[in-house]
Design a protein around this ligand. Sequence first.
Ligand code: ADQ
Length: 777
Amino acid sequence: MASIKSLPFVIETKAESSVLLHNEIRRRLRFPFFTNRRRRSVEVSLINGSASGYSQAVGLCSGQISSCTRGQLWRVKPVRAIRKVSVEGEDNDESEDALQATIEKSKKVLAMQRDLLQQIAERRKLVSSITSSTTDLEEEDGSFEQGDNSLSEVETSGNNTVEDQNASIASSSYDHSTVERELETIPSAVSRGFSKIEKEHGEPVPLNKAPYEVESTKHVNKTSSKSEWSESLPSFISTTVETSTLKDEEEHVDLKEPSLQEVNVGATDSTIEDIKPPPLAGPNVMNIILVAAECAPWSKTGGLGDVAGALPKALARRGHRVMVVAPRYGNYAEPQDVGVRKVYKVDGQDMEVAYFLSYIDGVDFVFIDSPIFRHMENNIYGGKREDILKRMVLFCKAAVEVPWHVPCGGVCYGDGNLAFIANDWHTALLPVYLKAYYRDNGLMIYTRSILVIHNIAHQGRGPVADFSFVDLPQHYLDLFKLYDPVGGEHFNIFAAGLKTADRVVTVSHGYAWEVKTVEGGWGLHGIINENDWKLRGIVNGIDTKDWNPQFDVFLRSDGYTNYSLETLQTGKPQCKAALQKELGLPIREDVPLIGFIGRLDEQKGVDLIAQAIPWMLEQDVQLVMLGTGRPDLEQMLREFEHQHRGKVRGWVGFSVQTAHRITAGADILLMPSRFEPCGLNQLYAMNYGTIPVVHAVGGLRDTVHPFNPYEESGLGWTFDSADTGKLIHALGNCIYTYRDYKQSWEGIQRRGMMQDLSWDNAAHNYEEVLVAAKYQW
Ligand SMILES: Nc1ncnc2c1ncn2[C@@H]1O[C@H](COP(=O)(O)OP(=O)(O)O[C@H]2O[C@H](CO)[C@@H](O)[C@H](O)[C@H]2O)[C@@H](O)[C@H]1O
């Protein structure tokens, strides 16, 4: 059986009209689903005559071509393979040239169609998201603060699946005339297909798993299934033991999930196949597993949680099969126990893990459950050094094997065409385990690992003796050993991860440069420079659904309001008044309200704000600071508030709702970070029409272009060194513009809000890195 999915082809024919052409094609290609309903499986049009006397037609084939013999496929040449296919009975340069010209022409036409489709799909996405947000508005009453790991929030996201499918039609290359029809029918077609499978198999089969993907995954899974080689497992892997009381996971699949055959039958349902557009990632489609110690909205201490919650969805929108693996710190409402149990050895002790799964917005969210993670959501990186280390060891050991053990939509990911994305030192052991336990032993040989640096200041350092915790062959010790003047000779997990990962990404271009310097590399600059060839900076995006003033669920009560570019002039002042009221500050529209949100530590430059406060108090401004962290800085916040109640609020705590409300209600966001790998708050701020004043480092320099009053360009104010005087200078200019140059101010706001800050660009760049890793040996 030859299978071609939405593949452009060129066919040569003597048919003189499109009716005859269609008839000929129907005769030549026997389509199993070529019924009236699926007539558009083949779209063809006559293009021109060729030297051989044949006419040429270009078209798109989006069905499965079955039972094709060479004879039946005579003169049908997939465009991509055109150079390789020799046409029987014809070896003519001239006709090859003509054919080539036709291909080029058809490519251009297809590209134009794709652009058009993209525009249509984006508009439809916008319309449907506005509709869904209106619905949400009526239904929504949840809050992150109570029941933080909000079911309501996640359910809201879950609703987007259909929209996302709809949006990704952008990449479809159907005939233009069919586009409108396609778009009209998609939502209902999707939901029909979805509910049909759900009904048949009890559990939804993810829509992004096309039949051929399921089939190939099945194959991968079969060929790389652990059970096939478990007889000869090296001793260090055999620490993975299944508990005797538990069912084999294959049995579990049989009982709870549809069988592979059933999945195939269901998934090849013509309705679903009909609406499945080709993935944006094209032939680069991969299985991707992002592994992180936190993942919003379930767990979050900072930007890493936001990234783990949002980047995977953008990768899934490109057509990849994507999973996130995070520890299960609490009793999350949505993820369900998949019934699989495994045991891993950590520091000589057997530890059992369970897996909880939830499929949201095209992503499989898998949570690893173990007593050592439970109730740690407010203390993810807390406790004794050895205890943190043990948690990360267990997490990484279990995460590497998730693609073998956790059936998602009925089918495990398997280890072919697979890449892990590990994040920061907490999961930097994953690339090391992947190499030491598996690839060094001929297992998972097609699996790759990317390590993302979100913050190199935290490295998982300890005494060299800590090596005993990570349970690796002795010759791996050198990977972890690092000497620097501060720590002396020590054990360094980030160092080992950076050396072992196939590729390294950091979260902005500026920071990619900084980590190679003595000042920015925090002792790891040497290793990073040695591995410069595999380092790339990719600026973070933002979740434009969660962090969007138009849809923000935290702006729907207490006097706040949703607003957009069109309603900026009324909506934002309303949010400002609501914030002033909520915090007990004088409600004044004319006073510049300055916000700060972030961890209270050295990195965020809170001390610079502290030094600037006497100056600020001389101005007619209000200052609101939200953060947790170093006890002395927390105390400082409380004292500021206590001493200057009419002007300053210092909110010590972690409140997602308050963070959203400050972002909406403030006029100015202050980020005097000493270093900032990317920074998300300035991106959120710009999306809300709040003007950032930042120290131009790392991602802040990449993303906040300074205001130029002569050209009326730029997005905020920057200062070039972590110095209180410079901060005051920049903030002073900002306040001056706020007061005296209203039009310029509005221009900055509007430019900020009009940027495309979504994850889509970043996801495309990550894809390039993943593909580079895939083909690297
Ligand atoms: N008290 C509080 N209450 C509620 N919410 C709070 C809060 N304190 C912080 N937050 C939230 O946590 C996130 C912080 O993200 P950042 O990117 O600014 O910093 P962080 O240093 O944690 O991340 C690291 O990783 C990210 C992701 O790559 C990089 O952008 C960054 O530069 C790097 O330091 C934001 O969503 C913010 O609103």
